[in-house]
Design a protein around this ligand. Structure first.
Ligand SMILES: Cc1cc2nc3c(=O)[nH]c(=O)nc-3n(C[C@H](O)[C@H](O)[C@H](O)COP(=O)(O)OP(=O)(O)OC[C@H]3O[C@@H](n4cnc5c(N)ncnc54)[C@H](O)[C@@H]3O)c2cc1C
Ligand code: FES
Length: 279
């Protein structure tokens, strides 16, 4: 049996600076060993730990879709590990262990409209979800796909080039919004994600909503989804609790009886209603 604590080796192929403050970077990683590439199977929503000797390890949502050749992570520099990662250049090697956790409910979503709502840099696993759903062999299985994605300012939106491509598509309604303009010219909407959701008003019947964002956005998004007719069992959120082992052993990530690393990180709103009140 494979040791779940043993990282596999990944080489940094490309680093993209995502924002003007340079504290958000996307790392495209290639497998050093072909056998690891073949064994690595995942679905959007899952996460993996990245590690650097001497700097430790930390969990990150997988931002690439399964069909994409490189494994992508978008990382905000906040502390010891993320600062060490931000200092690495293409060619450097890092460890990766995973994929861990569950994924978005792709089976349940079949035949239904899908509404994707994200604020800030949590867009990562939802970016992977959109790329996955847009594959021709998958796209035909879903109804209307609406994605509402907001950032504080235009410069803070992730994956800017790809967003431009997605805006041109007729099989995806992509709605971008920013909290403030900072003097930039911006042809899209200005406003907070919950207000923009209200204005776009996707139908809640026969639809699934996937939501990822900072707690304050989540708090104000739920009532709007309820107004639009989304039942709690059809709304899915991804949690980012602090983690140590990632495999349900250490108890660092638990919320009531649930381990976020093993039972999540994706939970339905109906499940979260039964957990302690911080959720
Ligand atoms: C399932 C999951 C998916 C994640 N996906 C991403 C992602 O795609 N991109 C990304 O940038 N980050 C993501 N994170 C958060 C990321 O794991 C933390 O930012 C990282 O562990 C910080 O490591 P560090 O050593 O740089 O910070 P540290 O030096 O450990 O801490 C720096 C500061 O950040 C705070 N902090 C650290 N971890 C967390 C956390 N989980 N929640 C709240 N505050 C925290 C600390 O309290 C401290 O104030 C995810 C976390 C989880 C659990
Ligand atoms: S991180 Fe160890 S039990 Fe979840």
């Amino acid at each position: 049996m494979n040791n779940p604590y043993l990282p596999i080796l990944m080489r940094i192929e490309k680093v993209v600076i995502e924002n003007d403050a340079r504290d958000l970077k996307t790392f495209d990683l290639a497998f050093v060993n072909e056998s690891d590439r073949q064994n690595f199977q995942f679905l959007p929503g899952q996460f993996a730990f990245l590690s650097i000797p001497g700097a430790g390890e930390a969990p990150f949502g997988i931002a690439s879709a399964p069909h994409e050749p490189l494994v992508k992570f978008t990382v905000k520099r906040v502390g010891v590990f993320t600062t060490a990662l931000h200092e690495l250049e293409p060619g450097a090697t890092v460890g990766m262990r995973g994929p861990w956790g569950n994924f978005y409910p792709f089976e349940l979503m079949q035949g239904k409209d899908v509404v994707i709502i994200s604020g800030g840099f949590s867009f990562t696993t939802l970016r992977a979800t959109i790329a996955h759903l847009l594959l021709p062999e998958n796209r035909k299985n879903y109804g209307k796909i609406t994605a509402i994605y907001g950032a504080r300012s235009p410069g803070e939106l992730l994956y800017k080039e790809e967003l431009k491509e997605w805006e041109k598509r007729s099989d995806l309604e992509l709605v971008l919004c920013v909290d403030r303009l900072d003097g930039a010219s911006w042809p899209q909407r200005e406003g907070l994600v919950p207000n923009v959701l209200k204005a776009v008003a996707p139908k809640g019947e026969n639809a699934i909503a996937l939501v990822c964002g900072p707690p304050v956005m989540l708090r104000y998004t739920h009532p709007v989804l309820e107004e639009l007719g989304f039942a709690p069992e059809n709304v899915f959120l991804s949690l980012e609790n602090r983690m140590k082992c990632g495999i349900g052993k250490c108890g660092h990530c638990n919320v009531g009886p649930k381990y976020v690393c093993k039972d999540g990180p994706v939970f339905s709103y109906a499940q979260l209603l039964n957990l302690p009140p911080e959720y």
